[in-house]
Design a protein around this ligand. Structure first.
Ligand SMILES: [Zn+2]
Length: 483
C-alpha cells in the first residue's frame, strides 16, 4: 500500500541535493524579494533627500564630496507592516503567508529597475524601516518587546545633555539631577553618546527618518560626535578617554557608520570613512587584533575585536572602503584565540579560558567575515551557546550571542528568544524617572551603568529587525548580484 503523499515524498527525497537547494532558495528568494525590491523601489521613488548635516560642518566642510549627495536613497525603509500575531513565537513562518498572497505576481520589469538602482550593501539595515513590524512578527518579537523598546528610547531621549551628548553619569543632565540611580564611572562622552544613539538607529530613527521628535535627538547626538572627533593623519579618532581608548573609538565608529549607511549623508559618510581608517591604523600588525591603545604590541583581545569588526562591517555594508586585508589580519587574531579545534569557542586572549561571552564575539565575527551557515565550527558553536542559553545578568554576552543566534535562525533561535525576551522585558524599570531604563548587577554592567545596560537591553529587543539575518541576505545577494 502506498499513499500518494509518500510517493511524492519519495520523489522529492530522490532529487539531487543541488536541485532541492535551488528549489528551497527559489522559495526563499520570492519571500525575501518581496521584502526588498518592490518596496525599495517605492521608497526610491518617494523619498526626497533632505541634507541634515549642512550646519556645524566646521570639521568636514572641506572633506566632503558634493557628488556623493546624489547617491542617497532610503532602501532601509523597505518592507511592509503586517499585524503582529497574538503570539508570534508560535508560528513565525505563517507571518509570511499574507505577504506572499498579497503579491502573487512576479514583475521582472520592476525587479530590473530596482536591481540597477538599489544598493545591496544597505540591505543589512533594511529591516529598520516601515516594515519592521513584519520582521518583528517573523522572528519572534511582540507588542511587549516593542513597548519596552519605545519606553527605553524615551528614557534615553530624556537623558540627553543640552549639547547633544550623553554621559555615563547621566545624573549630570539637567532633566535628571540624580533622580535615577546607577550612573557609570566611565568618562567618554563619545562612546556614551554612541551607545545612546545606536538604539534609535536600530529602530530606524535617523535625522531624516522616523518619529519627528526623536529625529532631533539623533541629529543633535550625531552633530556632537562630528564636532568631537579628532582628525589625525591616520583618520578620525573618537578617543576621548584614557581608559580603554579603543573601546570608545570602536563603539562610536559603529554609530557613525550605521548613521552614514542609513542616511547616505555626505558628511556622515566622510566621518565614517575616516573613523574606519583609524581602526585600520590601530590594528596591531603582529597579531591582527586590537587592544586598548592603537597598535598595542602586547597583542589584541577578543572583546576589543568585536566592536572594531562590527564598525568595519557596518562601514563596508554602508558602502565605505574597507580593504579585505584588514579582515584577513583579524582572522589571524581569531585563529590565535580559538579554544577548540576549528573555532567553536574563543578565549579573551590566548592564555585565558574560553567563555560564552568571548565565544559569542568570535562566532559573530566569523559569521560576518564569511563563515557559511553549514560551517561545522559554527554549528558546534551554536550548540555550545544554545546549551548555555541567555544569561540572566550578563547583557554583554547576551548582546553578542543574541545576534549570533538570530543570524543562525531556526529552532535554536526560537528557543533562545523564548528564554530571553519576556524575562528581559519584565526587568525594565517602570517607576519614576528610571521608567524605561534597565539596571541590574552583572558582569561589566557597573562599568557603563544604567546608560550602558539600557542601550544593550534595547538593542537586544530590537534584534528582530536591527540586522537582517546574514544567511538569508547572502542568499539574496548571491542570486541577484546588483552591481
Ligand atoms: Zn533620570
Amino acid at each position: 500500500m502506498s499513499f500518494p503523499n509518500r510517493s511524492w515524498l519519495k520523489r522529492w527525497t530522490s532529487l539531487p541535493g543541488y536541485l532541492i537547494s535551488i528549489i528551497v532558495h527559489a522559495i526563499l528568494m520570492l519571500v525575501l524579494l518581496h521584502f526588498y525590491l518592490p518596496n525599495s523601489f517605492r521608497a526610491f521613488q518617494e523619498i526626497i533627500f533632505q541634507p541634515g548635516f549642512s550646519e556645524n560642518s566646521d570639521i568636514f566642510e572641506n572633506l566632503t564630496d558634493p557628488s556623493a549627495a546624489s547617491s542617497e536613497q532610503a532602501s532601509f525603509a523597505a518592507v511592509q507592516v503586517v499585524a503582529i500575531p497574538a503570539n508570534p513565537m508560535d508560528f513565525p513562518h505563517e507571518a509570511m503567508l499574507p505577504l506572499l498572497t498579497q503579491r502573487p505576481q512576479w514583475n521582472p520589469a520592476a525587479s530590473e529597475q530596482v536591481s540597477s538602482s538599489a544598493d545591496p550593501r544597505l540591505s543589512a539595515f533594511a529591516g529598520r524601516g516601515d516594515g519592521k513590524g513584519a520582521l518583528l512578527a517573523l522572528y519572534g518579537g511582540s507588542e511587549g518587546s516593542e513597548r519596552a523598546v519605545t519606553l527605553g528610547l524615551e528614557w534615553l531621549a530624556e537623558h540627553q545633555n543640552p549639547n547633544g551628548s550623553w554621559h555615563y553619569d547621566f545624573t549630570r543632565c539637567p532633566q535628571c539631577r540624580g533622580k535615577c540611580g546607577n550612573p557609570g564611572p566611565q568618562t567618554s562622552s563619545n562612546s556614551a553618546t554612541a551607545l545612546a544613539i545606536l538604539p534609535f538607529l536600530g529602530a530606524g530613527i535617523t535625522p531624516k527618518h522616523g518619529e519627528p521628535r526623536h529625529r532631533q535627538v539623533v541629529d543633535r547626538g550625531l552633530k556632537f560626535l562630528l564636532q568631537n572627533g579628532r582628525l589625525r593623519p591616520e583618520g578620525l579618532s573618537f578617543i576621548d578617554s584614557t581608559i580603554g581608548p579603543m573601546y570608545h573609538h570602536g563603539i562610536t565608529a559603529i554609530a557613525v557608520c550605521e548613521a552614514a549607511a542609513m542616511t547616505q549623508d555626505p558628511q556622515l559618510k566622510e566621518a565614517a570613512q575616516r573613523a574606519v581608517d583609524f581602526i585600520r591604523y590601530a590594528q596591531i600588525p603582529t597579531d591582527g587584533g586590537w587592544r586598548y591603545e592603537p597598535q598595542d604590541r602586547s597583542g589584541g583581545d577578543t572583546s576589543m575585536i568585536g566592536w572594531q569588526i562590527m564598525a568595519l562591517k557596518s562601514g563596508q555594508m554602508g558602502g565605505l572602503h574597507v580593504p579585505n586585508e584588514v579582515f584577513f589580519k583579524a582572522q589571524r587574531f581569531l585563529d590565535s584565540v580559538v579554544a577548540l579545534d576549528g573555532g567553536a569557542m574563543y578565549k579573551y586572549k590566548s592564555d585565558r579560558d574560553a567563555t560564552p561571552a568571548t565565544s559569542s564575539i568570535g562566532l559573530l565575527c566569523q559569521m560576518y567575515m564569511g563563515w557559511n551557515a553549514d560551517h561545522p565550527s559554527l554549528i558546534r558553536g551554536i550548540e555550545y551557546l544554545s546549551a548555555e542559553g541567555p544569561d540572566r545578568d550578563n547583557l554583554y554576552y547576551n548582546y553578542y550571542a543574541t545576534q549570533v543566534m538570530h543570524h543562525y535562525g531556526g529552532e535554536t533561535w526560537r528557543r533562545w528568544n523564548q528564554a530571553q525576551r519576556d524575562p528581559l522585558i519584565t526587568r525594565q524599570s517602570l517607576e519614576g524617572h528610571e521608567r524605561g531604563s534597565w539596571y541590574f548587577d552583572g558582569p561589566w554592567n557597573d562599568e557603563g551603568g544604567r546608560l550602558y545596560t539600557t542601550s544593550l537591553a534595547i538593542m537586544i529587543l530590537e534584534v528582530y529587525y536591527r540586522h537582517l539575518p546574514l544567511y538569508q541576505q547572502q542568499a539574496v545577494e548571491s542570486e541577484f548580484p546588483l552591481d
